[in-house]
Design a binder for this molecule. Structure first.
Ligand SMILES: Cc1ncc(COP(=O)(O)O)c(C=O)c1O
Length: 496
């Protein structure tokens, strides 16, 4: 296969450059009708390539030409047998992978802190979630990954589970022992589905953790747009082996994706693959060097710490291009540090939380970006040392002990919840004052940060203990997310 080709991008370029009288969608007619205000921001060239399924541009849902070739090249480049391009992010790939592997009422094993797209997957498929908790780093108060042992136990308790989905790597770059997990899952002859939204670059450098496919995943969903050079939303599903029902997967993707997929997004996948195959090694080497230099400099700044996770059953590697910096020792929350960095230094993190900031260093970052980041962090450090920061109260050891009891609050391992996520979605729901909610069934996902692991999933019974826990996290300055009322005055429950 000639990885120097870009069949889809090349065909799109030719089509964009070929004049003609257009009587098809989109209505802007190759940019002739776009508002001037839009052209002033985007330029006009891009609209010439904003084309529909012209005969020479193939069809995403019945590919026989340039899209088929581009997907084949991508499969070979990322180590899969087959690839499907996505125009609605990994979100749509995750939903489709559940639909491809689970019938209504089938059980699927999931980490409790799985991405929220899984809620949609469970509602649409009717599959029953069996949740298990990830391991947890009590020093840094961050969720790690599922352990192979916990997965083996859950499969032992529920041998009728039809698929297992894990996150690899996590948002913070933490990688569990995926090869061991794959072996366990395959002993049951069921598929291992991987949310590899943050790991599209792994395949292209030996200093990065192995990719999900290298570890034995049957299907992996990657947000090519998150770390690599594709446009926002552009993602891929890679499939290896024969445990995935391809007809179901394709039907699901056709059902869930727009019938007018953007060729700008699709061609950006072709170009991102080409770029990684041809320059990935070099560009990632540079990114790794930048990340290493940044870590060294940050570690020399008083009051700041850089995350090096423990090696445990739930964490065997860290993506070295993910940088999590603890700022709470400076007397600042991650949210406060984020505001200062953004407003005063135009340095913007991917993910702030109560204690940390997580930055993604991609192959597109420059030494200038790193210098700017270090300047911002040096300011925080210097202000903290000189006592000039208005210290916000930070959590004491006791507070953290309370938050770290997360595992005691979440659903016990591998329990089936009171109602399926799907039934909870279609049931009549009502908002009740939170003190009246114990004994009711939650209609929503309620996830406190920290620890970033949902305390309630839709369909789960609400306990007094869970409410007390959420209220305590909130009182300590944590954030409650996922629910309709994040003040926690009310919760949405199933009406009886
Ligand atoms: C772990 C994880 N999985 C899946 C997704 C969804 O990816 P996308 O934005 O490409 O739909 C995200 C998005 O942030 C994510 O963090």
């Amino acid at each position: 296969m000639d990885q120097n080709q870009t069949p889809l991008l090349t065909a799109l370029k030719q089509a964009a450059e070929t004049p003609g009288a257009a009587f098809y969608t989109p209505g802007h007619r190759r940019g002739q009708g776009i508002p001037e205000s839009l052209a002033a921001v985007f330029g006009s060239q891009v609209f010439r390539a904003d084309l529909p399924e012209l005969p020479e541009l193939d069809n995403l849902f019945a590919p026989e030409g340039v899209i088929k070739q581009a997907q084949e090249l991508a499969a070979a480049a990322f180590g899969g047998d087959l690839c499907r391009f996505l125009v609605n992010g990994s979100t749509v790939g995750i939903i489709a992978s559940i639909l491809a592997t689970c019938d209504p009422e089938d059980k699927i094993l999931l980490p409790r802190n799985i991405h929220k797209s899984v809620i949609s997957g469970l509602v649409i498929s009717g599959a029953r979630a069996i949740f298990i908790n990830p391991e947890y780093d009590q020093d840094w108060h961050l969720p790690l990954s599922l352990t192979p042992k916990a997965i083996a136990q859950a499969l032992d308790e529920h041998p009728d589970i039809k698929a297992v989905m894990v996150v690899y790597p996590t948002y913070h770059g933490i990688c569990g022992n995926l090869a061991a997990i794959a072996t366990i899952v395959h002993n049951y002859n069921i598929p291992l589905l991987v949310d590899e939204a943050h790991g599209g670059h792994f395949h292209f450098h030996q200093q990065l953790p192995p990719s999900a496919l290298q570890c034995g995943a049957d299907l992996t969903v990657q947000s090519t747009h998150k770390v690599l050079g594709a446009m926002n939303q552009a993602s891929m599903v890679q499939i290896k082996g024969d445990r995935i029902n391809l007809t179901r997967l394709d039907n699901a993707l056709q059902m869930l994706q727009t019938t007018s997929p953007s060729y700008l997004l699709l061609a950006s996948l072709d170009a991102a693959r080409h770029q990684m195959v041809n320059q990935g090694q070099k560009r990632l080497t540079e990114a790794l060097e930048l990340a290493q230099r940044a870590k060294t400099q940050l570690e020399n700044l008083p009051g700041l710490r850089v995350y090096h996770p423990p090696v445990t059953a739930g964490c065997v590697a860290l993506d070295p291009t993910r940088l999590t910096v603890k700022v709470s020792d400076c007397g600042l929350s991650g949210y406060e540090a984020d505001t200062i960095l953004h407003q005063q230094f135009r340095v913007t993190a991917e993910l702030p939380d109560l204690e940390h900031l997580t930055m993604i260093i991609s192959p597109a970052n420059s030494q200038g970006d790193i210098d700017q980041m270090i300047k911002g962090f040096a300011f925080l450090s210097q202000q903290a040392v000189s006592g000039e920061l208005e210290n916000s109260p930070t959590l004491n050891q006791q507070d953290w002990q309370m938050i770290d009891t997360i595992s005691a609050f979440a659903t016990p391992i591998a329990e089936v919840s009171a109602m399926s996520v799907r039934d909870a979605f279609f049931a009549k729901t009502i908002s009740l004052p939170t003190p009246d909610c114990p004994g009711k069934i939650s209609a929503e996902c309620v996830c406190p940060y920290p620890p970033g692991v949902p305390i309630l999933w839709p369909g789960e019974a609400i306990s007094k203990k869970a409410i007390a826990f959420l209220q305590q996290v909130q009182a300590l300055g944590g954030e409650i997310t996922g629910c309709s009322d994040n003040t926690l005055a009310t919760l949405r429950v199933i009406e009886h």
